[in-house]
Design a binder for this molecule. Sequence first.
Ligand code: AMP
Ligand code: MG
Length: 407
Amino acid sequence: MLISLPDAQAHVLERVAPLEPRAVWTVGAVGCVLAETVTSPEDVPPFANTAMDGYAVRAADVATATPDAPVELPVVAEVAAGHPADRALGAGEAMRIFTGAPIPDGADAVVMVEHTQRLDAGARVAIDEVVPVGEAVRAAGSDLRVGETVFEPGELLGAGHLGVLAGIGVGEVRVHPRLRVGVLSTGDELVEAGQPLAPGLIRDSNRATLLALVAQHGWQAVDLGLIRDDEAAITAAIGHGAGSCDAVLTSGGVSMGDIDLVKVVLDRIGDMRWMQIAIRPAKPFAFGLVDGTPVLGLPGNPVSSMVSFELLARPALRRMAGHARVLRPEVPAVAAEAFHRRPDGKTHFVRVTAERDGDGVLQVRSAGGQGSHQLTAMAKAHALLPLADGDGVELGASVRILLLADI
Ligand code: AMP
Ligand code: MG
C-alpha cells in the first residue's frame, strides 16, 4: 500500500525531536539554532562616538557658518578611536576627531572634515557648514540597550549573529548542538572510489553524496563506511552509528528484494516502519529508532537517495537541529517546456533547472535524463518540480518548485 508523502513526512517528524540544548562557545555556534533568549548585558555602542572624521564642536558655535563666512575655532585636542580626550570641550573650541573616537564631553556634533579647512598647521580650523546637534554622533546604546532582547529562541545563528554576540561580550550561548549524522551505504555490487571495477560492480556514489549533503547543511558528517549485503555487518554498522551519532542515514537495501537487508535489520533491532511512498523517484523508505536514535533508510538508486534525503531526511534532521520550519518553501515558477507524464498514483519529482527571465520569473526546464540512476541531471538541477498524479503540465503552465540551489 502506497502512503502519501505528507503522511510519510508526518510519521518521521512525529518521531524526532530537537536535540537537548547545550551551552557552547559562541565562536563555534555558527549554523546552530539558538535555544535561549539573549539579552544585551551592555549598551552598543558603549559610549557616544563619531561616525565621521572631522571636528567635534558645539553645534551652537558654528550656527552662522557658511562657505563665504566660515567660523574659525581653535583646535584644542585630537581624539582618535581608543584614545578618549583627557579634557572636556569648552565653548568656542573644536577638537580634531577620527571615526570611532568617543565624543568629548561638552561637544554635541561633529563637522565632517570635507566642510573644514585646517589653518595654522592645525592649530585652528575654519568650518563652512551649520550642523544640527547630534550630527555624526552615534549615541550610546543606539544599536542595543542594556537589557534589550537581542535574539529569541529559534534564531539560526549566522555570521552577523556571531558578530552581534561578540559585540556584546557574550562568550557562550545555549543552542541545539550541531548534529552528528552517520552515513553508510550497503551493497555487494559497490566498490570504493579508487578501487578497480570488476564485472557487475559499480562505484559507491551515494555515500559521497549523502556525506556532502550533511556537511552542506552545517552538520557533522560521520562516514560509517561501505557495508556488504550481510545481515551481521549491517547490524553492527547501524548499531555503531546509532551509538555514536545523533542520526544515521543508510543507502540501499530498503526495496522489495530478499537481499534488502537494511529493512530486515531495522525491523529486528529497531522500532521500524517500512514505507512505500506515492512518489517517484524514492518510493521505498524505512524509518526506525535504534536505541532511540533515528535511522533513515534511504533507497539505493542515486537520484532516489538524494530525493529521499531532500523530502524525508532533511526535514527530520532540521527538526533535530531545532529549526521550526523544516520543509522547503514552494516557489512559484513557469514551465518553459511541457512536462508530460502518465498517471500512476504517484507524485513525480522532476529534476529541473530554473532561470530567471527578464521579468524575474523562474523558468524551469528539465535538467536532463530523469532515470533514478541518472545522477548527472540531479547534480545539475536547481530544483525539484512536483508533478501531481495525472498527465503533467503544458508549456507556460504555472508551477511550484522546491528550490535546492541558490540561483
Ligand atoms: P537497492 O536500493 O540496494 O536495491 O539499490 C537500488 C539500485 O541502486 C541498484 O541499482 C544499486 O546498484 C544502486 N545503488 C545502491 N547503492 C548505491 C550506492 N551507494 N551508490 C550507487 N548506486 C547504488
Ligand atoms: Mg542493494
